[in-house]
Design a protein around this ligand. Structure first.
Ligand SMILES: Cc1cc2nc3c(=O)[nH]c(=O)nc-3n(C[C@H](O)[C@H](O)[C@H](O)COP(=O)(O)O)c2cc1C
Length: 185
């Protein structure tokens, strides 16, 4: 198996750990990640192995650990669409339940990140905001309207203004059932 060969080579070269996104180049992001390859790499090495691919829920992180024996997990897309995943995993491991973010938490997260881009005068901030709009609006009530508003804005300040208007004027939905963090589990 190529991934096992490469991982062994990495270990022999003195690397401290390896992370494996268990998909082929041809596969891209489609199909399921092959967690059994993570297990194969783990059983072939002595250094820590970090598994990656398809962790969408805290339960997935637990399942990957159980199925592969990996020493840690790495999270890609879910980190962008649900940055609370790390806290949720810790809560899940501790208590078998985890909190879902409220709309107000989502608002704070988007606003804080966008403000940082503006305050730090990051070149291409508006492009970055538009790129991340599709990730950050996952789980936002009426998120498609917010995405559209962001994509159509002309500059970074207008984007921030539209985000603020969206959440402030959506106060009814922000006060709805998702206002308070919900507990899953
Ligand atoms: C927006 C985005 C940027 C990424 N950038 C990198 C990168 O710079 N280097 C890298 O090795 N992998 C990168 N990846 C791949 C992820 O690290 C990860 O291997 C992949 O998304 C599969 O994990 P997931 O199922 O948790 O998303 C990126 C993925 C996404 C979605």
């Amino acid at each position: 198996m190529v991934c096992v060969e490469l991982a062994r080579l990495a270990e022999e070269c003195g690397l401290n750990a390896v992370a494996l996104h268990a998909r082929t180049r041809e596969q891209g992001y489609s199909g399921d990640a092959r967690w059994e390859w993570i297990a194969a790499v783990k059983s072939a090495l002595h250094i820590p192995v970090i598994g990656n691919g398809d962790i969408r829920l805290p339960q997935d992180a637990t399942a990957m650990g159980a199925q592969t024996g990996c020493d840690g997990v790495m999270i890609g897309r879910t980190a962008a669409s649900n940055p609370w995943i790390f806290r949720q995993i810790a809560q899940w491991n501790q208590s078998g339940a985890y909190e879902e973010p409220a709309q107000a938490d989502r608002y704070q997260m988007i606003r804080t990140y966008f403000r940082m881009l503006i305050d730090e005068e990051m070149p291409g901030a508006a492009g970055k905001m538009k790129q991340f709009a599709s990730w950050f609006t996952h789980g936002v009530a009426n998120g498609s309207a917010l995405r559209k508003a962001i994509y159509e804005a002309r500059n970074e300040r207008e984007i921030l203004e539209r985000v603020e208007n969206f959440f402030e004027s959506n106060e009814t939905s922000a006060r709805g059932p998702e206002t308070e963090s919900a507990l899953v589990g």
